[in-house]
Design a protein around this ligand. Sequence first.
Ligand SMILES: Nc1ncnc2c1ncn2[C@@H]1O[C@H](COP(=O)(O)OP(=O)(O)OP(=O)(O)O)[C@@H](O)[C@H]1O
Length: 238
Amino acid sequence: MTGIEISCLGYSYGAKRALDDLNLQVAPGQFCALLGPNGAGKSTLFSLLTRLFVAPEGRILLAGLDLARQPRAAMARLGVVFQQPTLDLDLTVRRNLLYFAALHGIAGRAAEARVTAALDRLGMAERAGEPVRALNGGHRRRMEIARALIHDPAVLLLDEPTVGLDAAARVAITDHVHDLAAQGLTVLWATHLTDEIRDTDRVAVLHRGRLLADSTAADLRGAQSLQTAFLRLTGDEP
Ligand SMILES: Nc1ncnc2c1ncn2[C@@H]1O[C@H](COP(=O)(O)OP(=O)(O)OP(=O)(O)O)[C@@H](O)[C@H]1O
């Protein structure tokens, strides 16, 4: 069973074709970077994967469940970290996570255990009693990821999760998410920053709604830097 299976996916905004015949499969435990310049279609794809938009063409399976036919079951297997933070700044870290657990129907001891496990996974246990307002940007992002894992999803989507973070926080977040993939989580990480991608990562390059490449970063870049390979591929060389 694949973590994410996208077949023949298409989407248009009126006459504007945003995604065209997209096919992508991400295996459990794989870290797949969805690399694309502005306007490539990354947000549109995420909107379809999270059911903000209903896919008019093609098919999406999450953890083997069809998003159109079994939307609730499929969505229950999905964790999402959106670009815009949505934490309650005045609640503590733990309270924020408990609230989110409750939204998933998880309460009492089970919720406490899930929150503790999620904070441990992201190295945030010692921050549990602090209000989110007191955390720096990097720790807030880690918390967003912990929150996305509360209901124990099989698939984690992250939409440019390092936007606005300093270099150290970006490294910490990318390391944490690679660790999660190594533990079996299927990860789709949308970015336009090539330095977040490791040679062993899978890279799907999206450009003008089409998949231009799909291979490991090492194969994609060959002897050049990933940045150069990416700019050559998308025709955006300086
Ligand atoms: N509501 C809309 N109406 C018309 N065109 C749209 C709309 N939303 C997006 N588009 C167009 O669809 C294409 C894909 O946009 P999308 O936002 O998915 O790209 P993206 O890869 O997420 O870009 P960015 O990195 O800038 O967020 C772009 O050409 C964009 O201009």
